[in-house]
Design a protein around this ligand. Structure first.
Ligand code: FES
Length: 118
């Protein structure tokens, strides 16, 4: 009997951190909720700003073919705002840089505007 997965692990390189993505959740949504600032723009599969490298199976979702070609899909790219994991993944930014990670105190002060510039 096969196991039904309700969440997947996503390992982000070169940051070397892992976060959880729930069933049906996009990679971008899971990353942002984990305090990881993946680049993004329209969040609707139309601008290509969120393109990342991915190792593992994903549902690519509805995306602009101009922003993610079939060849890019086969070469290990996806749009994180639309891609939903189908197994545990390894991802990285297309330029190989580290993604910015917001520390919890920074994150909450940003959310609630409690930080001052003093
Ligand atoms: S944010 Fe625009 S395509 Fe993903």
């Amino acid at each position: 009997m096969s196991e039904v997965r309700t969440a997947f692990k996503i390992h982000l390189l070169p940051n070397n951190i892992t976060f959880i993505c729930h069933e049906g959740q996009t990679i971008l949504d899971a990353a942002l909720r984990a305090g990881i600032e993946l680049p993004h723009g329209c969040t609707r599969g139309g601008c290509g700003v969120c393109k990342i490298r991915v190792k593992g199976k994903v549902d690519f979702g509805r995306v602009s073919r101009a922003m993610l070609t079939d060849q890019e899909k086969e070469s290990g790219f996806c749009l994180s705002c639309r891609a939903v994991p189908l197994e545990d993944l390894e991802i990285s930014l297309i330029d190989g840089a580290s993604a910015k990670v917001i520390q919890h105190d920074e994150f909450y002060s940003f959310l609630f505007k409690t930080r001052t510039n003093l």
